[in-house]
Design a protein around this ligand. Structure first.
Ligand code: PLP
Length: 459
């Protein structure tokens, strides 16, 4: 055995203890760590030939990289849609690596059953009926990819074909309709060989990011063959929701697969204040919901739900005798894009057990209350303009003078708050997304103070 490997193996417990100390230090100092760090030029090191052992590798990591890592797990990182990690999820993530299970096959471990149980819990969590199956994937982009892969197979099946068996050649182009589709849908369509241009963007309601259902009906009426509709449940700028119930009505007259991108909007189901926004979700054909956003588990994890388990199998089956052939309860190797993968369900399972539906309802409602309070402050500050009413956890606004970029730069440099730019209906803006379990009203005051300071530098 390599000398360093033997050394580290003999000191395994000490290595984990040292790592625990580092991790606790990071967590305890999250509030003083720079929330975002402008990336600096890095001189990349060459691979070590002789190795250096864990202790020295840790020293090098702490010296060269750790200080440049952002405080994105903390309470004032409001960029993109970023969750942190709950204590139970973080601890479980360590256990995930410790047990190092590969839940892909059902030949050797109860790990796949933990994933099945967790999917069942999440189904209840989001109010989905039992005819939905589900799997863990790496993120919402992959979940959209999986849902659309099944949709593509369904469309082909309508004319007695199978893309999974014969490919797309010879099939007429598959049409996809959506309103304000997330960019990951276009990426998924590119990866699926359908092409980004197969998506026809349907008109939105005035001053909204929700689809105009009448316009969708007109588009479907012109569509001669079965197609796909991508419904948005929570857009990134204004957390707008398409009217799922009205779109389901169209299913009675037109033949389409309904895929819902509910990456973070799906969490509306947890609160009576917001659950009407996702009414009808239970009748979708496929649903994307992220876990590393509002479920606050560590990267990377998302769920793909569908009522068409047969199509999941058709697309993703990986038949090899040595891995186990598909059975009536197929192993995950036959159900997801990856074969081998980590047990992503474990952090989700732990956090659900630890905090329950009530715990998550509180997180969702607090994040939305924070967004409302933040928007009130924006409204009262003439140097800011609110670009849209707040529906859930995202506030979309602009620096009134147009100095958005300079403001964001100054804010990031402060290390206090991180916000990301956007465009809403062609107007440049800024987003503040509240999705971390840690964020409190005390944070909001600190966030606001940092924003005032940044504003003073640019106006
Ligand atoms: C609505 C929506 N869909 C998809 C995605 C893609 O998510 P991921 O980065 O986890 O792939 C996001 C990310 O913000 C999102 O908000």
């Amino acid at each position: 055995m390599n000398t360093w490997l033997e050394h580290d193996s003999e000191n395994f417990a000490a290595i984990l203890e040292r790592t625990r100390v580092v991790a606790v230090d990071v967590l305890q100092n999250l509030e003083t760590r720079a929330v975002a760090v402008p990336p600096a030029v890095t001189n990349f090191a060459d691979v070590s030939v002789q190795g250096m052992g864990f202790e020295q590798a840790l020293t090098v990591f702490l010296e060269r990289f750790a200080s440049g890592f952002s405080g994105s797990a903390g309470s004032r990182y409001l960029g993109f849609v970023t969750g942190g990690s709950t204590p139970a999820a973080l601890a479980a993530d360590w256990l995930t690596s410790t047990f190092d299970q590969n839940p892909t096959s059902g030949l050797d471990s109860s790990a796949p059953d933990l994933e099945r149980e967790c999917i069942g819990m999440l189904r209840q969590f989001f109010g989905l009926p039992t005819d939905f199956d589900g799997v863990f994937v790496s993120g919402a982009t992959m979940s959209n990819f999986v849902g659309l892969a099944m949709a593509r197979e369904w469309v082909a099946n309508q004319s007695g074909r199978s893309v999974a068996q014969h490919g797309l050649c010879g099939l007429p182009a598959i049409k996809v309709f959506s309103g304000a589709a997330h960019s990951s849908t276009f990426k998924a369509l590119s990866m699926l060989g359908m092409g980004r241009n197969c998506l026809e963007t349907v008109a939105l309601l005035p001053n909204r990011e929700a689809i105009d259902v009448a316009a969708l009906e007109q588009a479907l009426a012109k569509q001669a063959t079965p197609c796909i509709v991508v419904v948005n449940a929570g857009t990134v700028n204004t957390v707008d929701f398409d009217d799922i119930v009205a779109i389901l009505e169209l299913k009675k007259r037109y033949s389409f697969w309904l895929h819902v991108d509910a990456a973070f909007g799906g969490f509306a189901a947890l609160s009576p204040r917001f659950s009407s926004l996702v009414q009808g979700l239970e009748a979708a054909d496929s649903i994307c919901i992220d876990a590393h956003k509002w479920l606050n588990v560590p990267y990377d994890a998302a769920m793909s739900f569908s009522r068409h388990a047969n199509l999941r199998l058709e697309v993703f089956q990986n038949s090899a005798v040595y891995l186990g052939m598909p059975s009536s309860t197929p192993d995950f190797v036959h159900l997801t894009p990856e074969n081998s993968r980590r047990l992503r369900a474990l952090p989700a399972w732990f956090t659900l057990q630890a905090y329950g539906k009530a715990g998550y309802q509180e997180i969702v409602e607090r994040c939305c209350d924070l967004a409302l309070a933040f928007a009130e402050k924006i409204k009262l500050e003439p140097h800011f303009t609110l670009l849209a009413d707040v529906r859930m956890n995202v506030v979309c606004f602009a620096v009134t003078s147009g100095a958005n970029a300079a403001f964001l730069e100054s804010l990031r440099a402060s290390g206090e708050v991180f916000l990301t730019p956007t465009a809403l209906h062609g107007q440049a803006g800024i987003r503040a997304a509240f999705s971390n379990w840690r964020t409190t009203f005390a944070d909001l005051e600190r966030i606001w103070q940092a924003m005032q300071n940044a504003l003073n530098e640019v106006v």
